[in-house]
Design a binder for this molecule. Structure first.
Ligand code: HSE
Length: 436
């Protein structure tokens, strides 16, 4: 029987998961791939991680770059992370004619244009299913299952750490800091949690999704990114009162020949399926013009869920014929000569509903002053309530939901509202989406 020979770089959580899935499911994999998928070499800086592996016949390297010199290796699995060494390593592997499978979304979102071009020039492929939403095969969905569609939009909960934090803040009324600490203890937060909570991890994934959905170049720099670090528990509570939940969503939407690319806290109706994706789970909703609305749900992180995607890419490579692999299924879904550089809209021209909260002196006329500023910009109010935090407080929170308008309309209205004397703090502004 022929064998697909794999060089595995990195024995962290996902590397170990990949090793285990390849071993534990070896029989099932052979039946599906028609070949054995065998890890013949492992590179890992900490040797003890390698020596702990059971039934281990692989060759060991401390330096991953050495894997690119092993002529028998067909595929290199890059699970080291980071984007400096990993970039040089992946490019070198591709240039030496090796396929690459990686879970490294930051690397691909930043340097994907160069990496995919190098792969094509060298007639090899880059598998990266594990880079977006872990175990959910969303890239295969876009590349294959939904390929007949013109995709209208994608909205995803694509960071488990932020979803865990927001779900726990809502369910248990705990602080952001306490929920973050728990997420780190569970091990699904990135080593540097800033990437998760500031929205960059989701932005990396969104850039990849958008490129595959719309056939546009990878445009990480143009993704509007706003994390959850400034989100007050009050917003979570007030949203709930209005029948909404707050989720950190990655949204990519086609607007005529333009694109919206944004990651931010978003109010969504509590009745929609996405609002009920809790804990560290991920979900991606895709609207195609033929299929309509579709939803994909699963674990977005963790050793074996992510390894499930890594090994699926290995099986695809094992099944393919080396030449056909690259010509028949383009990694980014569109034929490379059809990839465009679509214009990405800036946030002032993006339309949505808005959630607004104002801290005001509780006195006659303040509400009329606020709504006058809104109506001057032609912004229509959809829902409203007022909440005194403490008994006998002279201040109160005024919360409004608006009908759809542009970021520019809201910006203008907020500028006028800030000059009202009885509005005592900077207003809070969040977007609202119906996901319909
Ligand atoms: N840290 C990520 C998350 C997992 O919380 O979803 C890997 O992308």
């Amino acid at each position: 029987m022929t064998v697909l020979k794999v060089g595995l770089a990195g024995l962290g959580t996902v590397g170990l998961g990949t090793w285990n899935v390849c071993k534990n499911n070896a029989e099932e994999i052979v039946r599906k791939a028609g070949k054995k998928v065998k890890i013949i070499a492992v590179a890992e800086a900490e040797k003890n991680k390698f020596t702990c592996l059971e039934k281990n016949e692989a060759i060991y390297f401390s330096d991953a770059m050495k894997l690119t010199d092993v002529s028998e290796i067909d595929v290199i699995v890059e699970l080291i992370g980071g984007d400096t060494f990993a970039r040089a390593f992946v490019i070198e592997a591709l240039k030496k004619g090796k396929h690459v499978v990686t879970a490294n979304k930051a690397l691909l979102a930043k340097y994907g244009n160069e990496i995919f071009k190098t792969a094509e020039e060298n007639n090899v492929t880059v598998g990266f299913e594990a880079a977006v939403a872990g175990g959910i095969p969303i890239l295969k969905v876009l590349r294959e299952g939904l390929t007949a569609n013109r995709i209208d939009w994608i909205a995803g909960i694509i960071n488990g750490t932020t979803n865990y934090i927001l779900s726990e803040m809502e369910a248990r009324g705990i602080t952001f800091e306490k929920a973050l600490k728990e997420a780190q203890d569970f091990g699904f937060a990135e080593a540097d949690p800033t990437l998760d909570i500031e929205g960059y991890d989701s932005a990396h994934k969104l850039a990849l999704l958008a490129s595959m959905a719309f056939g546009t170049k990878l445009n990480l720099d143009k993704v509007l990114v706003d994390g959850i670090t400034n989100l007050d528990l009050r917003e979570v509570i007030y949203a709930k009162k209005l029948g909404y939940r707050i989720k950190s969503l990655g949204i990519a939407r086609r607007r005529n020949s333009n694109l919206e690319l944004r990651v931010h806290s978003t109010l969504i109706p509590e009745s929609c399926l996405m609002a009920n994706v809790n804990g560290a789970m991920n979900a991606v909703q895709v609207k195609g013009n033929a299929v309509g609305n579709t939803l994909y749900y699963g674990q977005g992180a963790g050793a074996e869920p992510t390894a499930s995607a890594v090994v699926a890419d290995l099986v695809d490579i094992a099944r393919g014929d080396r030449k056909k692999m690259i010509t028949s299924i383009p990694a980014l879904s569109f034929q490379s000569d059809q990839v465009k550089d679509l214009n990405v809209l800036e946030h002032l021209s993006i339309e949505s509903g808005f959630y607004l909260r104002f801290r005001v002196l509780d006195q006659a006329g303040v509400l009329a002053d606020i709504t006058r500023c809104l109506s001057n910009e032609n912004i229509s109010v959809d829902a409203f309530f007022q909440k005194n935090h403490l008994k006998d407080d002279i201040y109160t929170d005024v919360v409004l939901l608006t009908h759809k308008c542009t970021g520019k309309d809201i910006f203008n209205a907020i500028e006028s509202i800030k000059s009202i004397k009885s509005v005592i703090e900077d207003p809070i502004v969040l977007r609202v989406e119906s996901l319909e």
